[in-house]
Ligand binder design. Structure first.
Ligand code: NAP
Ligand code: MG
Length: 401
């Protein structure tokens, strides 16, 4: 059988622990036998990040800028325990944070929908894609405890011109106060990423905030979204039959729960943090969430939403065959291959990515799955497989296609 050819390489970012083990299995069993794979390889495993003083992460992000499409394995974000475990020179920043700041993107998370893994919300039939703004607000706020009576003001001192101030509160006794900010550059980039991904996925876009209460701050987000829509995306949306609308966050929550799914839900930083965990859990399993970083300049980086599955890795090191779910990592590969194929006009590569997804879903729907899914499936008498055997079943299904 002739392999599917590629013209432009994918930027391949290898990672850590159990997902690094899955990474190799997926490549060996599901990609290399079928695709004449071209990648530019970057080893983001913690050991190599340390050897290069994290330069490899920067190089990988720049390669993603050069080629446009990357696929990334989960990586360790070092903490104190990892400093000792890996004898690190430095407590490096999260690779995802570094990559995001270079590509200037927004992260979209979507569940993989499979019959037999039912969402807790009965009406949900299609994925709900979560888009969380990843800069500012409460995550970059300044806070103060107020010990006793006194007044607090917000003061803006411009580089030129007169100061402006507004009273926050006249405290009669102790309390707390917080000042937060955001940047137009970041809000515009967020809005553009959302509209551009909606066009890419041919999905409606919802944006929700609380402008009735936050008449300047949230209102500003709302106006930026409307401006970008009217000036840059309205024609494309109408041509594709897509809808964009803004609604209050409490209204959105009610509508999301009653919906069928099948749209992108854009949210400010804190709302997105909370709601994406809620929506992910309600879809059934963290191991079935995919993630894609979309930059407003048209670069894409695909990965699983979960981490390196550390506990399973330690069992693997003791010689145990773990039943770690590779679905989200497989879908990171299929997503990246499909996008690469689309950009290169390579229909065969797109079709391979689609088949890989269908084959993976079909194995689960036939009752064969990893332990995390076997414990929540509605399929009767599921067969629990270890990761390797599960991937081999997918290979069989793929060969049959
Ligand atoms: P995790 O890797 O997401 O795993 C947490 C738990 O969720 C696992 O112990 C496992 O539960 C379950 N789980 C997650 N993915 C699974 C899968 N594919 N198959 C089966 N079960 C799965 O989070 P963590 O253990 O808290 O973090 C480990 C490392 O990942 C950390 O060093 C963190 O920095 C890193 N991390 C990286 C990324 C990224 O690169 N995008 C994201 C998050 C975390 P059971 O043990 O109960 O089976
Ligand atoms: Mg969270």
């Amino acid at each position: 059988m002739a392999k599917v050819s590629m013209t432009t390489p994918l930027v391949e970012m290898d990672g850590d622990e159990m997902t690094r083990i899955l990474w190799k299995l997926i490549k060996d069993e599901l990609i290399l036998p079928f695709v004449d794979l071209k990648t530019e390889y970057y080893d983001l495993g913690l050991k190599h990040r340390d050897e290069t003083s994290d330069q490899v992460t920067v190089d990988a992000a720049n390669a993603a800028k050069k080629y446009g499409v990357a696929v990334k394995c989960a990586t360790i974000t070092p903490n104190a325990a990892r400093m000792t475990e890996y004898d690190l020179k430095e407590m490096y920043k999260s690779p995802n944070g570094t990559i995001r700041s270079i590509l200037d993107g927004t992260v979209f998370r979507a569940p993989i929908i499979v019959k037999g893994i039912e969402p807790y919300v009965r009406s949900w039939k299609k994925p709900i894609v979560m888009a969380r703004h990843a800069y500012g607000d409460v995550y970059k706020a300044s806070e103060m405890a107020i010990p006793a009576a006194g007044s607090v003001k917000l003061v803006y001192t411009p580089s030129e011109g007169a100061e402006e101030e507004v009273l926050v509160h006249n405290f009669k006794g102790p309390g707390v106060v917080q000042g937060m900010h955001n940047l137009d550059s970041s809000i515009y980039a967020f809005a553009r990423s959302c509209f551009s991904y909606a066009v890419d996925q041919k999905m409606d876009l919802w944006f929700a905030a609380k402008d009735t209460i936050s008449k300047k701050y949230d209102q500003h987000f709302k106006l930026v979204f409307q401006e970008i829509y009217d000036n840059e995306y309205k024609a494309q949306f109408e041509e594709l039959g897509l809808k964009y609308f803004y609604t209050l966050i409490d209204d959105a929550v009610a509508r999301v729960v009653k919906s069928e799914g099948g749209f992108i839900w854009a949210l400010k930083n804190y709302d997105g943090d909370v709601m994406s965990d809620l929506v992910a859990s309600a879809f059934g399993s963290l191991a079935m969430m995919t993630s894609v970083l979309v930059s407003p300049h048209g670069y894409y980086e695909y990965e699983a939403a979960h981490g390196t599955v550390q506990r399973h890795y330690y069992r693997y090191l003791k010689g145990e065959k773990t039943s770690t779910n590779p679905m989200a990592t497989i879908f990171a590969w299929s997503g990246a291959l499909k996008k690469r194929g689309e950009l290169d006009g390579n229909a065969e590569l797109v079709s391979f990515g689609e088949k890989l997804e269908k084959a993976s879903v079909s194995v689960i729907e036939s009752g064969k799955m990893t332990g995390d899914l076997a414990s929540i499936t509605t399929i009767k008498d599921p067969v629990t497989l270890n990761s390797e055997d599960f991937i081999k079943e997918i290979r069989k299904a793929l060969e049959a296609m």
